[in-house]
Design a protein around this ligand. Structure first.
Ligand code: ADP
Length: 580
């Protein structure tokens, strides 16, 4: 990927920008967090009057107020804890939604070439997994903040109870910190690797699900299983390794803390310390010290989580930095006449790939129907995908009504083109919504029905349980290829664009469907400049112009009769099809 990686600081700054609009909630949550920590420390501080006042001196007032104070403190702790957790989760979810919103906005603006280079699995994992990791890192960060407050409070309390004991603790503390740092460093590296295996995991599944027919036909289940097994192994081993390191780090931390506690007990019971340290002071001190370990543990895993989060955020921001499609020029276009000129068009998909188009010159006049024929791989699809600027040619230019396509506003240009192709994309919605997809203004039901009738789709729509309002499953699985294509034709009819791109289905349809589609297409092409990728030569004999392509070049063009008379490539293609 060409996008440069950002430093951790830059990542924090960018994340902060997503948080800033919610500063009020953040401040409220911080106040709640502070109260929560204060209640925590307050409870430990209460140990001293509890033991010294209630038990040792048996002071009556102390005996009465202590239980009430305990209930009060825990009420405060509960309410403040809820406010802090709720507020932080709310902000976290706002941030994640903000990221996902921006990612989606980017996703729909990425050029077609991006989708050629990146698998669906990788993109899905950015949306799900990486933002999820960011969310948990944010939550961990807020807990760490809370624990840091508790930590400072407890330390202050310890100084107040006995500064000598505290100084002693501060001397034995640093070795713990050093160990903790060392172990954390190791975990960081592992975290980055585990994320890359997550991408591989999703990718492998995605490929298997999409390619299940191929896998079945090739009896490749065993081989696929073996490949997946390797990914499983890697993921599993890495996850266990990360857990093991976390466990070891926790264990070492606590063991060292135990050494410290033993030392304190020894130090506090030295004869010269004994009259300075009351039982209440000592117990409160020890409780403060042991509750100090909880923040240490949280802060310990904090680093790991935040590093995971930063790595994930880096991926997300790299995605957000992907260049979007060029916006096009400033030339507005209401309705094109449909005059197209291809001026010496050359195209290649990658700098080092062979040329897919090697100098195409072609004039198409408004309202003409032009059929493109030629072997698979000869460049027909490539040529037509230049019209909606899915790709821009590497050299040469295409003009529409006399202006370079790149001069038009991209939205205006695309509004001129309707596309009916082989992989008809239907969305998980009703038939009516699919026909009227993204049309503005939304057509009336009568208009939708009219379009469906002209597309010869009304016959089968009528027979569906809920007619136009039948939900079609994901990607329209319950419809036949022919039916889907007729829906696409209805959609194109409603869009009523002056330019039509038709990619004929390669798969043979039954004669009934084929006749319907043929009739529907005949209605659709009237008054439009139509470019057809034709696979069955019988459907193009009436075309105004037939363009024969071979290896990225136009080798013949003319009307059917003329090309037959030429006895060239087209004539031999024609002969071959009729023999079949
Ligand atoms: P046709 O439509 O005539 O079958 P195409 O335009 O699909 O031909 O393909 C022309 C050439 O461009 C082929 O060599 C093909 O491999 C290559 N090609 C097509 N689409 C892509 C793509 N998205 N990325 C890279 N190469 C491509």
């Amino acid at each position: 990927m060409s996008v440069p990686l950002e430093s951790s600081w830059a990542i924090y700054r960018r994340m902060a920008r997503y948080a800033v609009p919610h500063w009020r909630v953040i401040v409220a949550a911080l106040v709640a967090t502070t109260l929560f920590s204060a209640a925590d420390v307050g409870f430990v501080a209460m140990m001293k009057p509890l033991l010294d006042g209630s038990f040792v001196q048996k002071d009556l007032t102390t005996i009465r107020w202590i239980p009430l104070a305990i209930i009060g403190l825990f009420l405060l702790r509960g309410v403040a804890g809820f406010g802090s957790g709720y507020g932080m989760q709310w902000v976290t979810q706002q941030i994640v939604a903000g990221l996902r919103r921006d990612m989606f906005a980017r996703l729909v603006q990425l050029p077609v070439s991006y989708f050629d280079r990146n698998s669906t699995g990788t993109m899905l994992s950015r949306f799900n997994y990486h933002t999820g990791v960011i969310a948990s890192a944010l939550m961990v960060a807020t807990y760490a903040l809370r624990e840091a407050m508790v930590f400072i409070g407890q330390l202050g309390l310890m100084f107040w109870l006995s500064w000598k004991l505290t100084v002693f603790v501060l001397v034995v503390g640093p070795p713990i910190a050093v160990t903790v740092r060392y172990v954390n460093k190791r975990i960081r590296g592992l975290g980055e690797r585990i994320q890359s295996t997550a991408g591989r995991f999703a990718e492998a599944l995605d490929e298997t699900i999409k390619g299940q027919r191929v896998i079945k036909l090739h009896n490749a289940a065993k081989a696929e299983q073996a490949g997946f097994e390797r990914i499983l192994q890697d993921t599993r081993q890495l996850a266990v390794k990360v857990e093991a390191t976390t466990l070891i780090s926790g264990g070492i931390t606590q063991l060292l803390a135990a050494f410290a506690v033993a030392g304190i007990v020894y130090f506090a019971t030295l004869p010269e310390m004994l009259n300075e340290v009351s039982p209440g002071t000592f117990v409160a001190f020890l409780v403060a010290l042991t509750t100090l370990m909880r923040p240490v543990k949280v802060l310990n895993s904090f680093n790991q989580q935040v590093q995971l989060g930063v790595t994930a955020a880096r991926e997300v921001f790299a995605f957000l930095a992907e260049p979007v499609e060029p916006a096009g020029g400033g030339l507005r276009l209401q309705r094109a006449r449909g005059h197209l000129e291809f001026e010496d068009i050359r195209h290649r998909y990658q700098a080092d790939a062979p040329e897919a188009l090697k100098g195409i010159r072609l004039t198409i006049r408004p309202g003409q129907t032009v059929a493109f024929v030629g072997k698979s791989g000869s460049g027909k699809t490539t040529l037509l995908s230049l019209l909606p600027r899915f790709y821009d040619p590497v050299a040469g230019r295409i003009t529409l009504d006399g202006h370079d396509l790149r001069d038009y506003a991209l939205n205006d240009l695309r509004a001129q083109i309707a596309l009916v192709d082989q992989q008809v994309r239907l969305f998980n919605a009703t038939i009516a919504e699919n026909i009227a997809y993204a049309l503005d203004p939304h057509p009336s039901e009568a208009q939708i029905i009219e379009a469906a009738q002209h597309a010869h789709a009304w016959e089968f729509i009528q027979k569906l349980p809920k007619g136009l309002h039948t939900e079609i499953g994901e990607n329209g699985v319950q419809l036949s290829g022919g039916q889907r294509q007729r829906l696409a034709i209805a959609r194109a009819l409603l869009k009523n664009a002056p330019i039509l791109i038709l990619d004929e289905a390669t798969s043979a349809l039954d004669t009934e469907s084929e006749r319907h589609i043929q009739e529907a297409v005949e209605e659709l092409v009237v008054g439009r400049t139509t470019l057809v990728i034709a696979h069955r030569l019988s459907t193009i004999q009436r075309a105004d112009l037939i363009v024969v392509m071979q290896e990225g070049r136009i080798v013949e063009s003319g009307r059917h009769e003329d090309l037959i008379a030429q006895a060239g490539v087209y004539a031999s293609l024609h002969r071959m099809q009729f023999q079949e």
